[in-house]
Design a protein around this ligand. Structure first.
Ligand code: FEO
Length: 169
């Protein structure tokens, strides 16, 4: 495997675990705010990010490439209000999309078609992640300022259940 592609794939393990850590922090924020449904939504988001990390980890192992695990950065954002958390989530997903695109670009440059095929799932997944984050912001804009509506939105988010990723390696 090309050195740059390998380094970026290995780095993405860390980035995805950081995403899990970040969303765990979001979940913790909402738990403390008494919004259990939002806390549940981000807890499941964190589980999905761990799955993403494990997919990169497994892909490198399957390719007989070394895996190096680095320290996971501390989620250090402070929020003034629920909307800021949601917006930080969207910004983070856009950042992750840019990372996936960078790996894809590096794989494309060296005609690493297997890695490109592996990444196809993530390209689609990032589209969904950004849509979900956008939807959440839209709902919050519409309903967040009315306590009764916020209660119902919280109930809706409490219903999110975890499902394993559709990509199996
Ligand atoms: Fe693993 Fe939310 O991207």
């Amino acid at each position: 495997m090309n050195e740059k592609v390998h380094a970026l794939l290995n780095q993405q393990i860390n980035k995805e675990f950081y995403s899990a850590y970040l969303y765990l922090d979001f979940s913790n924020y909402f738990k403390a705010a008494g919004l259990d449904g939002f806390a549940n939504w981000y807890l499941i988001q964190a589980q999905e990010e761990r799955d993403h990390a494990m997919l990169f980890y497994t892909y490198l192992q399957n390719e007989n490439m070394p895996v190096t695990l680095d320290a996971i950065a501390k989620p250090d954002k402070t929020f003034h209000g629920n909307m800021e958390v949601l917006q930080a989530g969207l910004e983070h997903e856009k950042y992750v999309t840019s990372l996936i695109n960078d790996i894809y670009g590096a794989a494309y440059d060296v005609r690493d078609f297997r890695t490109m095929q592996f990444l196809d799932w993530f390209v689609k997944e990032q589209g969904e992640e950004e849509t979900n984050a956008n939807d959440l912001i839209s709902k919050m804009e519409l309903f967040g300022s009315d306590p009764k509506s916020l209660y119902m939105l919280n109930q809706e988010l409490a219903g999110r259940i975890y499902s394993a990723p559709s990509l199996v390696l």
